[in-house]
Write a protein that binds this ligand. Structure first.
Ligand code: ARG
Length: 585
């Protein structure tokens, strides 16, 4: 079904006539005292025409046909057009929404999206640094799929690189078999660290590690076997974590998958004059076609702009992260033909991706896929420094998730001393993991955020438990009424809405289909978090103001439908953030 926003936008476009290519947009009003929706189209049109925006607004309103939906639109401020919806229109819209399987989310033009996220490195434990990429990427994938896009998720794991020289040597000389069996990743981490120390103090060890790397790269059977075993053990760890989190990947190709194409990639870049030799290495320099400020191959110091080339082959002939990413892009565009590729990594990789995208545009200018680097800030401890354990180590993801579930279990036990243990454990998983995910997705992704157990597990404020609790309370109403929860989708009553709190709730519900498609414009699931919080608040106000079960008909069934639809939107919205809902808590 169509959203109110898009109905108003098309009516407005019809009234505005020829806009000279200016898009007519309408958005939900920030301040609902002056209306429910607002447009600044009159101001936009007035500028090139050198006209008075309020006069343009008056002209548009004279042509505008919205009597079926709104009161007469009003002009505010410098020329905003404000729309106030009529109760009858809201009631009709809500009746359609309540019956809609898709909860009012309209179809959008379908695209093919590749989402490259999580991407941990082999032989290392997943840690707190992976949570943002993992949760953001998963949420974008869920939203993309729900909107009807074809989504391919790819875990670009770090399974190749110079560290495998040390790892192979460490495996042969330092490995403890029983430790490996007990906790493979910790043992791999241990041998890597130890080997690294040895290499630092002993040049002979460093040579030996290099020799192991050369053997691995040349396809030596023993080293390939060790390398494969390290990948297998790491994948077991990754899979355990992903399955706890309800995350799946369509592909896990990994960096090594692209090795067969690296030489050709570099050769082609050289042949086309995109890469050239510099101090024995092969580099891409600025082509000086754009503004210096936007040029990723230039850097400014006190003497002005100087070259900051991207390396695609080191002096020793080895390829690097950029070479692999170029081959990956080429492979994805050949095999998947995406409309957009989304890379979710931390902000420190911004230069890498700007250079990568620029090289790609020069290398394959005909491929039109949109390339998006969705970057994020760091997770900080309550002291404002990078989040660490008490002993100063990086926080392992598995430990973090365990702690989340433990802490949630305590909260649940306090609130429900009589709940059976098994049920409590199940609910604690949903609450604990949900709290961590939500706290991570809520802040604007480009900022840092402070990790606070207390805040994220609170039942008050903009948290997952608050939203889950709103859902649980609605479910309790239905239990009390003895109504099966699948039944409230199709009430046979005529809707009768009369209270302001009811209409406010309907307006919020109607915005689900407006907010959701906008999230992929700038890859910001936090818009969904904020929407769900506003919805839960609107429900709360409705619940305070309007009795549900004690109301007479037809208010009672209308309010049950309002409640049921709110529960469905809350559950769907949370699901799109990768968060579950319990039936009790
Ligand atoms: N493994 C990389 C890291 O840990 C992230 C990979 C991101 N994806 C990519 N195609 N470069 O930083």
């Amino acid at each position: 079904m169509e959203t109110i926003q898009s109905i108003l936008a098309s009516r407005l476009a019809a009234a505005a006539g020829d806009t000279g290519g200016i898009a007519v947009t309408v958005h939900a009003a920030q301040d609902t005292r002056y209306g429910d929706y607002q447009s600044n189209i009159a101001m936009q049109l007035a500028k090139p025409r050198r006209a008075n925006p309020r006069a343009v607004a008056t002209e548009i309103i004279a042509q505008l046909k919205v009597e079926d939906l709104c009161e007469t639109p009003e002009i505010a401020g410098a020329g905003f057009i404000n729309f106030r919806l009529k109760p009858a229109a809201l009631t009709a819209h809500f009746a359609a929404l309540a019956a809609d399987e898709r909860l009012g989310v309209p179809p959008v033009p379908q695209r093919r999206l590749v989402i490259d996220f999580s991407s941990p490195n082999v032989a290392k434990p997943m840690h707190v640094g992976h949570i943002r990429s993992t949760f953001l990427g998963d949420s974008l994938a869920r939203i993309g799929r729900f909107l009807g896009h074809t989504v391919v998720t790819d875990n670009h794991i770090g399974d190749w690189g110079t560290q495998f020289g040390m790892l192979c040597l460490g495996w042969k000389t330092l490995l403890k078999k029983d430790a490996l069996e007990r906790d493979p990743i910790s043992e791999l981490e241990r041998i890597y660290k130890l080997q690294n120390e040895r290499c630092k103090s002993d040049p002979a060890q460093l040579d030996a590690a290099r020799a192991e790397l050369v053997k691995l790269q040349a396809g030596d059977g023993e080293n390939l076997g060790i390398w494969r075993e390290m990948i297998r053990l790491s994948q077991v760890q990754f899979d355990t974590i992903y399955s706890r989190l309800g995350i799946r990947f369509d592909l896990t190709l990994g960096e090594s998958f692209y090795n067969p194409w690296l030489k050709d990639t570099v050769a082609d870049l050289v042949a086309r004059g995109i890469a050239r030799e510099s101090d024995g290495a092969l580099c891409v320099f600025s082509d000086r076609t754009g503004a210096e400020k936007e040029d990723p191959f230039l850097i400014k110091d006190e003497n002005g702009w100087k070259p900051a080339p991207a390396l695609v082959q080191k002096a020793d002939g080895a390829s690097n992260y950029t070479t692999t990413d170029l081959a990956t892009l080429d492979y994805r565009s050949r095999e998947i033909s995406p409309d957009e590729i989304i890379y979710v990594t931390d902000g420190r990789q911004q230069l890498h991706f700007r250079q990568l995208f620029a090289i790609w545009r020069r290398w394959q200018p005909r491929v039109q896929a949109k390339l998006s680097h969705v970057w994020f800030g760091s997770v900080l401890g309550e002291d404002g420094k990078p989040f660490k354990t008490r002993s100063g180590d990086t926080v392992k993801l598995a430990d973090l998730l365990d702690e989340a579930v433990d802490r949630a279990a305590k909260v649940i036990a306090e609130k429900n001393p009589d709940m059976p243990e098994a049920e409590r454990t199940e609910i604690a998983k949903i609450i604990g993991l949900g709290a961590v995910k939500y706290a991570d997705l809520l802040p604007n992704r480009q900022g840092d955020y402070v990790f606070s157990w207390e805040k994220m597990l609170s039942f008050q404020g903009n948290t997952a438990p608050y939203l889950q609790n709103a859902y649980v309370r609605i479910r309790a109403i239905f239990r009390k009424a003895g109504i099966d929860h699948s039944e409230f989708r199709t009430p046979n009553s005529a809707f009768a809405l009369s209270e302001p709190a009811e209409f406010n709730l309907v307006k919020k519900l109607a915005q689900f289909g407006e907010v959701l498609p906008s999230i992929l414009d700038d890859h910001r699931p936090n818009l969904l978090c904020n929407y769900l919080f506003e919805l839960a608040n609107a429900y709360h106000s409705f619940y305070e103001a309007c009795p549900v079960l004690k109301a007479g008909e037809p208010a009672r069934s209308s309010r049950l439908t309002l409640s049921g639809t709110t529960a469905r939107v809350l559950a769907k919205g949370l699901e799109l953030l990768g968060i579950g809902v319990p039936e009790r808590m």
